[in-house]
Design a protein around this ligand. Structure first.
Ligand code: ZN
Length: 442
């Protein structure tokens, strides 16, 4: 190769191991990822890269595995400020007696801003580059994520009851439509519609949400079939299972993300398959609230796209998506009665490419392929708890703690360098969090 075949690029990341996610199930060694602007320009061996590229900057990650940034597809980010406030309670008691009263008292724009920043700091430290949020004051969350350079799907809340954010469905929908108009087409922020759950939203607002989704192309995300109690109450009140009611109202479709789905009978499964809706599995929240277990392998065997989320820090109580993957893999095996269910590579796919599919952005996110957006992370495997290395994919799912994540880039911009956050002022954030703690305690 001659000098005129050498191409200039911005950065080169040398990886000891690389898991591109596409093609599926492979681990490459001694690879280079070439970044140009916000995109991945190339993925190739280091020896080929020496001949082909001249870059302004090289990052040597010779003890690390490099992979796509993780996508946490369900959470309530600002609830990080309620982490550990109320534990060991079933869902309805937890919501009615603890979470909803605390929210009524404390949730405000400054609360959401600080809670979102706290959640983003934790997610960035543990490998998440894209998250989904469903909470009050979504305009604050959207701006905070954009300012921090994190990718986020921001679902505005929709329910029958009045809250700090609005007087009822009409106002939520009006404010939500404005949110969609403001952010639609943005590279970082994906505005979406977040009907809380079938038991908190009546038919008319759900129909209005579907109309808004059809008009704008925005996704719908809702909690669905979280507990057996939800199904029993719905059968008593309406005579049909929530999934059936959602299908009849037009809520289920290719642009819909159903969170939880711990209760699934054959008719539910058939309707999910027919609709093309995505499932967001949140195993730790389901375990902690004793809600039930989602049959992940069975859903995947039926061709349903399954992805993963942590849920809010008040019901988890962390936002470490690697930890969630381990739980998901373990739970899937027990539920399927099969140790081969949800293998390590499949689990990694849940948190990357499947998340991108649910967001409708699989052409741009979720794998390390030339032309895609440069959202990637590195995990340092040199710590004793990750040694020896036979199979990096195994370590990422079964042995990893998200804290081994050392680097991340979003849109080609470094967000985490040797474990240090580049765009969030952590000491200042900790001061704000301790002020909230004082206020909530008193
Ligand atoms: Zn949730």
């Amino acid at each position: 190769m001659t000098a005129d075949t050498i191409t200039a690029a911005d950065s080169r990341i040398n990886a000891r191991w690389l898991i591109p996610v596409e093609p599926f199930g492979i681990v490459l060694e001694h690879q280079a990822v070439i970044l140009r602007g916000s995109r991945i320009a190339d993925v190739l061996s280091q020896s080929e890269a020496d001949l082909k590229y001249r870059t302004r900057e090289t990052v040597n990650l010779d003890r690390h595995v490099v992979m796509p940034g993780l996508i946490n597809l369900h959470g309530h980010t600002a609830m990080s400020l309620f982490r550990g406030l109320a534990d060991d309670l079933p869902l309805m008691t937890w919501l009615n007696d603890h979470i909803w009263p605390a929210e009524g008292k404390f949730v405000s724009e400054p609360f959401v801003l600080d809670g979102t920043r706290l959640a983003m700091a934790e997610m960035l430290r543990t490998g998440t580059t894209t998250f989904s949020d469903m909470y009050f004051f979504p305009e604050v969350t959207a701006q905070a994520a954009h300012d921090a350079g994190m990718r986020a799907q921001v679902c505005f809340p929709l329910m029958d009851m009045p809250t700090v954010w609005g007087s009822g469905p009409d106002e939520y929908l009006r404010k939500g439509a404005a949110l969609i108009e403001q952010w639609q087409g943005d590279e970082y922020i994906m505005p979406a519609i977040g009907p809380h759950a079938p038991y908190t939203v009546s038919d008319q607002p759900l129909k209005d949400a579907v109309a808004l989704a059809e008009r704008t192309g925005a996704a719908i995300q809702l909690h669905l079939h979280e507990t057996a109690f939800e199904i029993d109450e719905a059968m008593k009140a309406t005579g049909s299972r929530p999934v059936t009611r959602m299908a009849e109202l037009g809520v289920l479709g290719r642009n819909t993300q159903c969170v939880h789905m711990t209760q699934i009978d054959d008719s539910d499964l058939e309707q999910l398959v027919r609709s093309g809706a995505h499932i967001v599995h949140c195993p730790e929240s389901n375990l902690k609230l004793a809600s039930g277990l989602c049959p992940v392998q069975k859903l995947m065997d039926h061709g349903i796209n399954v992805t993963i989320g942590t849920d809010g820090a008040a019901s988890n109580n962390d936002l470490d998506l690697f930890g969630e993957l381990k739980t998901a893999a373990m739970v899937a095996k027990v539920v399927a009665g099969d140790a081969s269910a949800l293998s390590a590579h499949r689990a990694l796919e849940l948190a990357t490419l499947n998340g991108a599919r649910a967001l409708g952005r699989e052409q741009e996110l979720g794998s390390l392929v030339a032309g895609k957006l440069a959202d990637l992370i590195a995990v340092d495997l040199s710590d004793p708890f990750l040694q020896p290395v036979y199979d990096p994919a195994s370590h990422l799912v079964y042995s990893n703690h998200g804290r081994a994540v050392s680097h991340s880039w979003i849109h080609g911009v470094p967000q985490l360098q040797d474990g240090r956050l580049t765009r969030i002022d952590v000491p200042d954030l900790m001061l704000r969090v301790s002020e909230w703690r004082q206020q909530i305690l008193s």
